[in-house]
Write a protein that binds this ligand. Structure first.
Ligand code: DCT
Ligand code: MG
Length: 459
């Protein structure tokens, strides 16, 4: 037992995963001992990956290199770093020496080099160079603008635009999303908290039930995996009577707009049709549901009342205390008066506010002028997705994430099961038929995978 390096409670095909260190066993020359080395499974969707894990120093380093690769549109390299980080997140203990990694999957040469450097020197030279690079900093700042992708950011960077302020000064013509992204830049880059997500959920529920009673609303994305903050809030909406959900998004959006809850929205219709789609085009189905990318105007609470320090909010997982004070005691409340950043004919007052703890962190790089007035709302990115009831389990699984977990599920389906999985359906290519499911558990079963609960999908 002394030679067991890792023991994990997680099961792989019904067998507890035990990793033995071959090298140490050989050193001690144990004749007659059969080596039953069971490796950690190589697909992230076969492993339990909790939110809190033991190797954050290493995974932070690898995540920076992954992000840099993604910003440079080197997807393959980005995925390799993400897979290595995900493997480390699933280990049951802190890695203290590179020898503990022997025999583990997903660790490419480059990732291993970085891990060894961090283990030995505390930092990786490559990670340090990346974080200090002007290009990385500029690409992060520019892609941090809602509506700006890596291609556009790279073009601007080459023109000498490094910050949102540079962009604003440049006089570039921006599309509607980018104008809103620039206008609410600071706030949209502040993490959305769980209480804020819950408050948005209450508004969405009111909107949906006002136009379609009986519809069901589920919080998806990172918050469903147990995260306490996110870059946005994601919701999946469906109705048990299939067909009733058709045209729902338009009505929900109209209701929200009439109530003054939306600062920006772009809705796309449902373009998924099983018969036309065919099973051969699986992976890029993220956007085929009726979907709304929006920026919410989150009032201090969903009734417009001020939430004082200590106000209790039910979050579904027990009651939580909402601590930010939303009364404006800060004389530096700002209003956005910049001509480039007005949203299209929006009826709301152009006062930008920041709530509670966020206030100190906001830099207002865009140079908003100051004004006085009550601090009563903030901007929050919200994604709404509508799914037909028969596709709900697939949509739920596909939109819970993490992104890498989803990618790994699809890779597992194709390479190990000859199936194609999307957020709409699962198709068995050998039996040439769609496999129906009304729960996530059934989909894992179809895929021959142990069920992994949302809180363990943080790959
Ligand atoms: N998703 C995916 N592939 C993508 C984008 C999204 O599989 N290319 C899925 C997984 C997560 C879900 O959609 C919601 O996406 P995000 O909001 O971007 O991710 P998140 O995990 O909710 O992250 P955050 O907490 O920062 O919002
Ligand atoms: Mg999200």
């Amino acid at each position: 037992l002394l030679d067991i390096v890792w023991y994990t409670e997680s099961m792989h095909a019904g067998i507890p995963v035990i990793i033995l260190d071959r090298h140490r066993l050989q050193e001690r020359e144990k004749p007659g001992l059969e080596l039953a080395v069971v490796s950690v499974p190589s697909y992230a969707c076969q492993r339990h990956t909790p939110l809190l894990h033991h190797n954050t120093t290493l995974t932070d380093a690898l995540s920076i290199l992954a992000e840099n690769a993604e910003l440079g549109e080197n997807e393959g390299r980005g995925v390799a770093f993400r897979r290595a980080a995900a493997l480390l997140k699933s280990l049951p203990q802190e890695v203290r020496g590179a020898e503990q990694l022997r025999g583990l999957p997903c660790l490419g040469e480059h990732s291993l080099r970085v891990i060894k450097e961090v283990l030995e020197d505390g930092v990786s030279h490559e990670v340090e160079t990346t974080t200090h690079s002007e290009q990385f900093k500029a690409m992060k700042a520019l892609t941090g603008i809602f509506g700006v992708g890596a291609k556009t950011a790279d073009r601007w960077f080459r023109e000498g635009i490094h910050t949102p302020s540079d962009l604003q000064r440049s006089g570039h013509t921006l599309n509607r999303a980018q104008r809103a992204g620039l206008q609410y830049y600071d706030e949209l880059n502040l993490p959305v908290t769980k209480p804020e997500a819950v408050a948005i959920g209450q508004i969405v529920e009111r909107a949906v039930h006002a136009v379609l009673p009986g519809a069901e609303i589920t919080l998806i994305g990172g918050f469903r995996r147990g995260k306490q903050t996110g870059h946005d809030v994601d919701f999946l909406i469906t109705h048990p009577d299939e067909g009733r959900e058709e045209g729902l998004m338009r009505k929900v959006v109209s209701w929200l707009e009439a109530q003054g809850f939306l600062l920006y929205q772009k809705t796309t219709g449902n373009s998924y049709l099983e018969s036309k789609e065919g099973p051969a085009r699986p992976a890029s189905n993220m956007d085929r549901f009726e979907r709304c990318f929006s920026i919410f105007r989150l009032r201090t609470d969903n009734e417009g009342r001020e939430i004082q320090t200590g106000t209790e909010i039910q979050t579904g997982d027990g009651s939580q205390t909402y601590s930010p004070t939303l009364t404006n005691t800060d004389p530096h409340t700002h209003s956005d008066t910049h001509p480039h950043t007005k949203t299209d004919s929006h009826p709301l007052p152009q006062t930008l506010v920041v709530v509670g703890d966020h206030a100190q962190k906001v830099s207002w790089v865009l140079g908003h002028s100051q004004c006085s007035g009550p601090r009563s709302w903030r901007a929050v990115r919200v994604d709404l997705v509508v799914s037909p009831y028969s596709q709900f389990a697939f949509a739920l699984l596909g939109w819970t994430g993490s992104k890498l977990f989803e990618r790994e599920l699809r890779r597992w389906a194709v390479h190990e099961k000859a199936m194609t999985l999307s957020s709409h359906a699962l198709y068995d290519r050998k039996r040439t038929q769609y496999l129906r499911a009304s729960s996530e558990e059934e989909i894992f079963a179809h895929l021959g995978l142990e069920y992994i609960p949302p809180c363990d999908r943080n790959a």
